[in-house]
Design a protein around this ligand. Sequence first.
Ligand SMILES: [Zn+2]
Length: 617
Amino acid sequence: MHRIYVLILLFAFKLPLFSQADRWQQRVKYTMHIDFNLKKHQLNGKQSLLYTNNSSDTLYKVFYHLYFNAFQPNSMMDVKSRTISDPDIRIADRIAKLKKSEQGFQEIESLKLNGKDVNYQIVGTILEVTLTDPILPLSSVTFDMVFKAQIPLQIRRTGRFNKEGIEYSMAQWYPKMCNYDYQGWHANPYVTREFYGVWGDFDVTIQMPKEYIIAGTGILQNKDEIGYGYSTQEPDERPNRISWHFKAENVHDFVWAADPDYKQIVYKAHDGTILRFFYQPGEKTTENWEKLPVIMDECLRFINSNYGKYAYPEYSFIQGGDGGMEYPMATLITGERSLISLVGVSVHELMHSWYQMMLGSNESLYHWMDEGFASFSANEVMNYLKFKKIIPGEPQQDPHLKEVNGYIIFALSGKEEALITHADHFNSNTAYGMASYTKGEVLLEELRYIIGEDAFNNGMLEYYNTWRFKHPNSNDFFRIMEKSSGLELDWFKEYFVHTTHTIDYSIEDMKGKSISLQRIGRVPMPLDVTVKAKNGKTYNYYIPQEVMRGEKKEDRFFNNFKVMEDWTWTHPTYKLDIDIKLNDIEVIEIDASKRLADVNRENNIYPRPIMQKVEVE
Ligand SMILES: [Zn+2]
């Protein structure tokens, strides 16, 4: 009897631990030994994976990603790229044309669970494993794998010989356990984009011919043995092959790159983070890459204070890949760029350390929480650099207006798809890009407009501090913003994430001192209305939406506003009664800041500008 009481008491005390922010997650610990065969561009790997099932489910199957298999003719990536209306020119029909020796593959030579063979089959880019001994809840098992891989010619992100001559860009290169979370398995085939992984520790040893310099995720363990700018000590005599030993803690992926020509700049940032820069010296690189360390340190300072502290001891900017792609503790970027472009891509990829590497939302489902948030914050960082005159360009009061306008144009094209669409399932690459990058950024801009800047800034920091290393979903993000602002925001989330409905408000008329406003678009929004009087004075009127259950407290872009009565969304019209007569007014405008993503701005102004009719012959 006593024992039962103790158990009940314990359970009662434990309950608060099961709040949202303590959602369970799986855990991995990889130990890998890689032997590189330069002639064949192949590697032989041994992988030991300690896998911890923290769920309350018994797992009868597990799945691994075999990303390299995408680079074979007729793969899902190949066919999608050849049938989509707007193919990525980096892929186009290049996979279909690969010769056998140029293709990528990952083959499994053996796989054991706790020392016993398991059944598996390779289905495209996914390894399906059926377990005879299931993995019980709250237990750990060890998978031992022997695998072989061929590094494809660089097509997308990963591969050999990128267009700037980097020999090996090694992303998505090892069999990687798919994520299993509260929404089940995420065995997404590699069709186009977006990644999701399990956090854990990596211990990776790579054996390469001595001419090669390796950069990547993690901390090099044998610096003195390696030299190459990692250590002041250059070893006198190297064996023909060198083992590079890296360890990385609490990351959900591991990237590396190898080239004999890499030069490394090591820079200690203001917060102690070691920044590494690996590039191939030359006319198109050296000058700009040498300027990069000081600039990125300044970026890190801004990011740490606005979006939360960087959590890892090191970060490497590595010339490689086919544009810019984010990985834990590192990025692969093409390096032959103007300074502004080099800084731009470096800042964007660094921002992914926050939204993908440390927050780690499921990018397939919530791509906009990664790309959109990275774009928004990177834009803020770039604007700050311009403000500090660290890079050329005019700083703007609001650096997101270009994206707001871009979104409006695309929304009107009829080709928009809802943000909630799975990253691989968009009908066109443009629709994906506009949703995840542009509308994702615009979503934050609209949110800031709705809740005010202080609540927004505090919310962004709180979001990071609450959800760091916990895979937040869209609801988790909006709950933080609700708490930060004291406003209800579910209506905005539903409209902006789940639909392609648009915002359109208009000023219809003014009689006496009463302005008639109309909601034409389906998305309800609070309105900032500015009245400019003929005497030169400006008056700001703020109309909250009733469903918000409150109002924003301040707004840098909309000073000294008078809070008016709520607008109830079911009512298409609203009467705004003010103290100024029409005759004394020069102009009335809805959202003079142009932040509101209103798809028709012509009717936001009253009296309407007179359109001159021009006779055309
Ligand atoms: Zn990105």
